[in-house]
Design a protein around this ligand. Structure first.
Ligand code: G6P
Length: 600
């Protein structure tokens, strides 16, 4: 949550900050601000709302060469200009941007800052006021910054400027992501490399609780005790054009359309020169060794995890439990002797998942992370990583990361099964190639799906999705997709469970989308459809070729039955997309949400 960008260089500070923030808007977009420092002092501009509004408000005459910017997802205090970052200390000497949550901000306020008048309701203002207070003691910004960082409890990524020093950007992090971007005569900081790709592709990692002094021509990383750390930079292999919409009206539509390409990328990345499945040997060993897998994830990734459970149990014969990360941390089940933790996360930064990772590492259990962002916190801190190769996903509603997660889970399941000597008539690479073609056929049927979306969702206030076995998991993801971008209240239900209470909500015209892609439950799900139709529901049945019946509205091209979620989710994504579009919703940035949730 919240995006940070900072720059120290020669010129164009304001433009670099604004462009960076535009790329980070997916992290939060309820308010934004920048602070720049030049010969004429510090200028702070803040708005409630989007970066576009900030762009309109900033002063074009500004010739600063150092600055910090922030786009916010509110935690402490409502979205407002007052609560927007950057925040300043009382004398306005120090200016800060912060991402994260300071758990002891009340205690710090009480202990150090009782005489200070606060202008915002944020935990962030406590940090900057504390730095000013500590400056009075140390008469050194570096020392004041270092001591303040050592007093903070919680998560933070911080950029600070000192009005009396145009040569240094003070930086630190704990649990929240932050990188330093390296350039010729300039340096940058950003929550995500995507924000600064226009300027550089060379980055320096920052670890938790380090202090980083960023100058125009050098970057110094230190421990909290002042010990200097040498670290090699790395090149971020992201294509800047992947972060642009191109001719698409929305990132979500672009990302839906990219799914066949992502499947082909995964096939390429997970095969050797002989065209055989290729997977890290250590991961294979860890999979063979475990007696139970725990999948930990949030949101869409947890729904991919439910499909993953089916794949691993059915193909590799290992028991799997799927847990929502935010629950697992506080309510851990009894663990077997040799658990393996499998974290699924598009961003690799989800704080709830990271909290679990920290806990299970303390217990000494191994962890494997499936993520779209190698180098992210969950990837770095786990023992093993399996990359998704989906390319940057910008729209808040996840689409291509979900299908990439399922595809990689299928590869993992098959590799494990083979290593265990289980005979399979299933070549995942060949099957995924069939899936990629099927995805392409569906994404070419947009007009049909737009029409169905209008017919079923144009004026409804609620909707249900039903399915059995694999289809039930897709129904849950489909409902999430619809509600998060169109604000239609939607629920995904197991077909047989609806009648145990929830069927009371079915009225004349209530849309019920049913999935029928699994042969063994084809007749029972159709029976469930009859139950809701008898109570007035407007049923839309989506089935697989070979299982279809006359009343079905949409028939999916055939793929291996275990991989049907990869294709059945695509009409669901498009139905949700068009429902949101026709309701004039902000498809890529739905209200109240953020893509990367870095607070617990
Ligand atoms: C947020 C996003 C969801 C995403 C979830 C988990 O809530 O809005 O789209 O599924 O976080 O994110 P992750 O990056 O861990 O997959």
């Amino acid at each position: 949550m919240c995006g940070i960008v900072g720059y120290i260089g020669q010129n164009d500070t304001k433009e670099i900050l604004l462009t960076g923030l535009e790329k980070l808007e997916y992290r939060g977009y309820d308010s934004a601000g920048i602070a720049t420092l030049g010969e004429d002092g510090v200028h702070v501009t803040k708005v409630k709302g989007r970066i576009a509004a900030l762009r309109e408000k900033v002063d074009n005459e500004n010739d600063a060469t150092i600055g910090i910017g922030h786009t916010r997802w509110a935690t402490h205090g409502v979205p407002s200009v007052q609560n927007a970052h950057p925040h300043q200390s009382s004398t306005e000497r120090f200016t800060i941007v912060h991402n994260g949550v300071i758990e002891n901000y009340m205690a710090l306020k009480k202990e150090y800052l009782e005489d200070v008048d606060f202008v915002s309701e944020t935990d962030t203002e406590v940090i900057v006021q504390l730095i000013e207070k500590l400056y009075q003691k140390h008469k050194s910004t570096k020392k004041a910054f270092g001591e303040a960082m050592s007093l903070l409890k919680g998560s933070y990524a911080i950029g600070l400027i000192d009005a009396e020093d145009q040569e240094t950007l003070y930086v630190s992090k704990n649990k929240s992501p932050l990188l330093v971007g390296l350039g010729e005569g300039f340096n940058l900081i950003a929550s995500d490399a995507m924000a600064t790709l226009k300027e550089t592709n060379e980055y320096l990692e920052i670890f938790d609780k380090e202090i980083v002094l960023v100058n125009r021509s050098f970057v110094e990383v230190q421990t909290l005790d002042g010990e200097v750390i040498n670290r090699e930079p790395f090149i971020a292999e992201i294509d800047a054009s992947d972060t642009e919409k191109g001719t698409y009206p929305h990132f979500m539509l672009k990302e839906i359309d990219e799914q066949p390409i992502v499947m082909r990328n995964i096939i390429r990345e997970y095969q050797n020169e002989k065209g055989e499945l290729k997977l890290d040997k250590d991961i294979r060993k860890a999979m063979q060794k475990t007696d139970r897998i725990y999948i930990i994830a949030a949101g869409t990734s947890s729904y991919a995890g439910l499909v993953g459970k089916e794949l691993i149990e059915k193909i590799a014969n290992i028991p799997v439990e799927v847990h929502i990360a935010s629950e697992f941390s506080y309510n851990m089940p009894l663990l077997p002797e040799k658990p393996l933790f499998l974290f699924i996360s598009q961003s690799g930064e989800t704080a709830d998942s990271r909290a679990v990772l920290v806990k299970i590492k303390e217990l000494g259990h191994p962890a494997l992370t499936l993520t779209n962002v190698p180098g992210s916190t969950l990837s770095r801190e786990a023992n093993y990583t399996l990359p998704l190769h989906a390319g940057p996903e910008i729209a808040v509603a996840s689409t291509k990361a979900y299908t990439a997660q399922i595809a990689v889970l299928a590869i993992l399941a098959v590799d494990t099964a083979r290593a265990k000597g289980i005979k399979l008539d299933f070549d995942p690479l060949q099957e995924l190639a069939i899936v990629a073609n099927a995805m392409e056929i569906i994404t070419n049927q947009k007009e049909e799906l737009e029409q169905l979306s209008n017919e079923y969702f144009a004026s409804t206030r609620n909707a249900f999705y039903i399915g059995r076995s694999m289809d039930y998991h897709v129904a849950q993801e489909a409902a999430l997709k619809l509600k998060e971008i169109s604000y239609i209240q939607a629920e995904g239900f197991a077909g047989g469970e609806l009648k145990h209470g929830t069927i009371a909500l079915i009225e004349d015209g209530t849309p019920v989308v049913a999935l029928a892609t699994q042969e063994n439950v084809n007749y029972s799900i159709r029976g469930n459809v009859q139950e809701v139709v008898a109570r007035g529901a407007n049923a839309l049945i989506i089935s697989s070729k070979g299982l279809e019946q006359d009343e079905d509205a949409f028939v999916l091209p055939p793929v291996h039955e275990l991989l049907t979620p990869l294709v059945s989710v695509i009409p669901m994504q498009l139905l949700a997309y068009y429902a949101a579009l026709h309701r004039d919703c902000d498809v890529d940035k739905p209200r109240n949400l953020a893509k990367s949730v870095t607070v617990e």
